[in-house]
Design a protein around this ligand. Structure first.
Ligand SMILES: Cc1cc2nc3c(=O)[nH]c(=O)nc-3n(C[C@H](O)[C@H](O)[C@H](O)COP(=O)(O)OP(=O)(O)OC[C@H]3O[C@@H](n4cnc5c(N)ncnc54)[C@H](O)[C@@H]3O)c2cc1C
Length: 439
């Protein structure tokens, strides 16, 4: 242990991204201080994990603990308002060493567990909302004097590096006026937990996503309750009442798929609302600082990539920046952080690509074509083998295992362009926005 105030790194924000990085750095023997504003509401989105997150949890011996408060997730189903249903189960051995399952987690317990593990490994947490200001050439952003003074653990000395893990607050980007690229969708999500709401899973724990008359919805089975979220264009939401409660209940009642599944529902939490769907900062590091997780950027949540991206970025930073001991050397630090940023931008682009297949309907047309092949061709006919090969690739891409694979994405794109005969056109399956009604 070094002297008080001798912190290598201060992480601002104790969400999954910040806590994962804190645990990795503490494991590496670095002195880490985490500012935790403890402003977590009881209800938080980000309840459905992807299989590669389990790889990370295992590295911290946390799978058993996760299992204790979570629901086993064997895969995902996509239900379309027209009646088509796609069931994806993470297949044994298709994901390499990554497990063929994940978990649905109540965020409060999940975040608390990650924080506790980081503390067990030696990270120091302080209950304080961090404040920063514009710095100088050596440290572009710094903790304010009053924040330093209010944090006796720092002993008056500024940490060598600050990490922005403040999620959608994007503290450093806002302080430094760093622009961001936003997605085109103008969606808003309303969600709450329910009892007596039918999840319509094919296997217990399966997450069910539905393409509705307007927008889409999630149903995430959690222990004893179901998380239900409805995502619609902001203009559509305005027609469903004034408060988030009115809007969520009215949207559920207005959508045939949800209305029948939720006939006897009982809401057991308040309703939370989220807007802003895609965003990536133009810059994620500079002299003396880094940003990570949602604070750097976030993708549309339809395929649940958020927690995986935040935790994976922590892992990348740990391997590329901290393992190489470059934080004292500005040029090497810049090169290492740029490499991580580039990789994360590639991830965002790849998620954007595949998510678009679900929004614009191509994935459903493709599946309809595949189902017809399965039914008509003998099991070992080349067309049926091709269909199985393609399904395997789609699973690898949507599970986060091979999302960036150029080959896999090319294969899906090629098949969607050339092999969809005698099926409903993608427009039939597409997610509708407000402008589709106006047209
Ligand atoms: C509608 C919707 C549905 C989603 N569904 C899923 C899903 O099913 N699965 C999934 O994996 N992801 C999902 N996500 C995304 C997921 O919630 C985020 O990607 C994830 O929480 C990002 O983690 P993070 O650690 O970067 O940030 P956060 O989880 O936001 O954590 C940031 C923390 O920093 C704290 N903080 C902020 N400012 C300060 C400050 N100044 N000082 C100290 N602390 C501060 C905050 O209080 C918070 O605790 C969804 C997102 C949306 C919008």
């Amino acid at each position: 242990m070094g002297a008080m105030g001798d912190f290598d790194v201060a992480i601002l924000g104790a969400g999954p991204g910040g806590c994962t990085l804190a645990a990795l750095l503490a494991q590496r023997g670095m002195r880490v201080l985490v500012f935790d504003d403890e402003k977590r509401p009881d209800l938080l989105v980000g309840e459905s994990l992807l299989p590669p997150v389990i790889d990370l949890l295992r590295r911290f011996d946390l799978e058993e603990r996760t299992k204790g408060f979570s629901t086993f997730k064997p895969g995902v189903a996509f239900m379309h308002r027209g009646g088509l249903r796609l069931d994806f189960f993470f297949p044994e051995n298709a994901l390499g060493d990554t497990p063929s399952y994940a978990y649905n987690v109540p965020r409060r317990e999940f975040d608390a567990m990650l924080r506790e593990r980081a503390e067990e490994l030696g990270a120091t947490f302080v209950k304080r909302r961090a404040e920063v200001e514009v710095g100088d050439e050596e440290a572009e952003v710094r903790l304010t004097r009053s924040c330093l003074d209010a944090t006796p653990e720092l002993g008056g000395r500024h940490p060598r590096l600050l990490v922005d893990a403040t999620g959608r607050s994007r503290l450093f980007a806002r302080t430094l006026d760093i622009p961001a690229r936003r997605g085109e969708r103008n969606d808003v999500a309303y969600f709450a937990h329910f009892e007596d709401f039918d999840a319509e899973e094919s296997k217990p724990g399966q997450v069910v996503l539905s393409i509705l008359e307007h927008g889409w919805s999630w149903r995430i089975p959690l222990p004893g309750r179901l998380s239900v979220g409805v995502v619609v264009d902001g203009e559509v939401a305005k027609g469903h009442g004034r408060t988030p409660e009115e809007r969520l209940e009215s949207l559920i009642d207005a959508e045939p798929i949800l209305a029948s599944a939720g006939k006897g529902r009982r809401r057991v939490t308040e309703v939370m609302a989220y807007s802003n769907y895609q965003l990536i900062s133009d810059r994620g590091h500079g002299p003396g600082w880094l940003s990570m997780g949602d604070a750097f950027g976030f993708v549309d949540p339809m395929l649940s990539p958020g927690l995986f991206m935040a935790m994976h970025m922590a892992d990348l930073l740990d391997r590329e920046v901290f393992a190489k001991g470059v934080i004292e050397d500005p040029e090497r630090f810049d090169r290492a952080a740029s490499r991580v940023e580039e990789e994360v931008r590639e991830w965002h682009a790849a998620w954007g690509d595949i998510i678009e297949f679900f929004y614009d309907g191509r994935m459903y047309s493709l599946y309809e074509g595949g189902s017809k092949l399965r039914e008509s061709a003998p099991k070992w006919a080349p067309a049926a083998m091709m269909e199985r090969y393609l399904s395997r690739w789609i699973t690898r891409i949507v599970s986060g295992v091979d999302t960036r694979s150029r080959y896999g994405r090319g294969l899906v794109r090629f098949t969607a362009r050339h092999l969809m005969h005698d099926v409903e056109p993608p427009e039939f399956y597409a997610v509708r926005g407000a402008s589709d009604d106006a047209a």
